[in-house]
Design a protein around this ligand. Structure first.
Ligand code: SAH
Ligand code: SF4
Ligand code: F3S
Length: 452
């Protein structure tokens, strides 16, 4: 009989994710890649052998969050060192891509900087840093497709999942860092997406949201060797048995093609919700933003989408205080909101980003931006509240996704992406139930399950 060697404690990783849904997806993939190397996730920073921050560079505030976190992490690392424990600190995401080695200069606590196109190399780079001395910085755009090298999906173990189908952007809106941080537009082949979607469904996923910075510019290679549109991809994935719902985000008005609009009419698994950023209401500002669409284009699109799917809930992104925006330009933005009507929206003060053309234009005073954002959000909140209260008395199929804060309660989503609270047994997680909406708040609904 041999005595077993003392088993080493598994290494732990603490992951914090900032920014958009694609970062959420990427964090899951990095988590899976690290799990394959024996890492276990921890929710306690002080327990972590590896701290992974997946960052966002879209606005100044988003990027600064990294540095305020790194200050705290430096203290934790020092405390752990006293206890004889090593801590590796890795920065991933769009700040990693945009700032690269600058991060290590500004925050020497950082061991590893890794850009979004190199995530398949994360375990190898961690090993390299463990063995070597100098901090590792990997921000190149490699030739090989990271998706082909990441391990097969093992999570998420939830009812809903994201699936990146397209990454990068060639549009170069003058305010935006994404074309620099995510690189050129790239579409994954249909076969690889179908395989990943099937795997997700076999893991219990009931709803898949297809992701891309410009998801409707998707043009991946189909099984026939042709470039497939997003519309064809949606129909193909919707055929997977056991998958109940689909969504996609984020779309650019310019790529909202007729075949995609038709899928909203013809594909019952595609949920009646569309996030379609318009950014600004005046054609002069849209041109300065290099948005490549006009306000009229947007009105026409909203009309044809509503003709295809009359109950669709529209959502959008809006920027106020772009350089040169006059009060009249801003009024034009309010006017688009009034005319189109949104169930939900994200609105931001323009934030100058290093390296983007608009950062060099003459900037508006902070007070003007703050005042406009305030007025815009007043209107958007009013629209959202009235959309939500218009749902009272209706019966919605709700997909239950997570446990609520109150005992006995689950939280799910309506077809229109509203959060819905209802008293429900935990066995109903992952199931779609008819819920009669009884009350509406600004950000969520609540209701009662109707007996089938
Ligand atoms: N891919 C998405 C945008 C991702 S960024 C698209 O093309 O719509 C999400 C939102 O952040 C943008 O729609 C825009 O409204 C906002 N945003 C981007 N850059 C910004 C900046 N410099 N200042 C303020 N908001 C910005
Ligand atoms: Fe940024 Fe414009 Fe590309 Fe969207 S379309 S990611 S806003 S550059
Ligand atoms: Fe932020 Fe990068 Fe997403 S800048 S919004 S994390 S694509």
């Amino acid at each position: 009989m041999t005595t077993a060697a003392p088993r080493a404690e598994p290494k732990t990783v603490f992951i914090k994710t900032f920014g958009c849904q694609m970062n959420v997806y990427d964090s899951e993939r990095m988590h899976e890649a690290l799990s394959a190397q024996g890492y276990v996730e921890t929710s306690e920073l002080s327990d972590a052998d590896l701290v992974l921050l997946n960052t966002c560079h879209i606005r100044e505030k988003a990027a600064e969050k990294l540095y305020s976190d790194l200050g705290r992490i430096r203290d934790v690392k020092a405390e752990r060192e006293v206890a004889g424990k090593e801590t590796m600190v890795a920065v991933a995401g769009c700040v990693a891509q945009a700032e690269g080695v600058e991060i290590v200069r500004r925050a020497p606590v950082v061991d590893l900087v890794i850009g979004p196109q190199s995530y398949h190399r994360l375990p190898e780079l961690v090993t390299r840093r463990t063995a070597g001395t100098a901090p590792v910085v990997e921000t190149s755009f490699p030739e090989d497709d990271k998706f082909a090298h990441l391990p097969a999906r093992t999570g998420p173990r939830a009812a809903t999942a994201f699936l990146t189908v397209q990454e990068g952007c060639d549009k170069f809106c003058t305010f935006c860092v994404v074309p620099y941080t995510r690189g050129a537009e790239f579409s994954r082949p249909v076969a690889s997406l179908e395989a990943e979607a099937r795997r997700l469904v076999s893991l219990g996923v009931r709803e898949i949201t297809l992701l891309g910075q410009n998801v409707n510019a998707y043009h991946g290679e189909g099984p026939d060797g042709e470039a497939w549109t997003l519309a064809r991809l949606i129909d193909r994935i919707a055929d997977i048995e056991g998958l109940e719902r689909m969504r996609y985000t984020t779309s650019h008005p310019r790529d909202m093609s007729d075949d995609l609009i038709a899928v909203h009419r013809d594909q019952p698994k595609l949920m009646p919700y569309l996030h379609l950023p318009f950014q600004a209401g005046s054609d002069r500002i849209l041109a300065a933003m290099n948005r490549k669409h006009t306000r009229r284009d947007y009105f026409r699109l909203a009309d044809s989408i509503r003709r295809a799917r009359p109950d669709i809930a529209l959502s959008t992104d809006i920027i106020v205080g772009f350089p040169g925006e006059t009060e009249a330009d801003f009024e034009a933005t309010l006017d688009v909101v009034r005319q189109v009507g949104f169930a939900q929206a994200y609105s931001f003060k323009y934030s100058p980003r290093p390296g983007t053309p608009a950062a060099n234009m003459e900037q508006l005073p902070e007070m003007v931006k703050a005042d406009r954002l305030n007025r815009l959000q007043g209107l958007l909140n009013q629209q959202q509240s009235s959309f939500n209260s218009g749902c009272i008395g209706k019966i919605f199929p709700v997909l239950f996704e997570r446990i609520g804060r109150r005992a006995g309660q689950l939280i799910g989503r309506s077809p229109y992406l509203q959060a819905v609270h209802a008293d429900a047994a935990p066995e109903l997680l992952g199931h779609i139930m008819p819920v009669e909406i009884a009350a509406a708040g600004p950000n969520s609904l609540s209701g009662v399950i109707k007996a089938a």
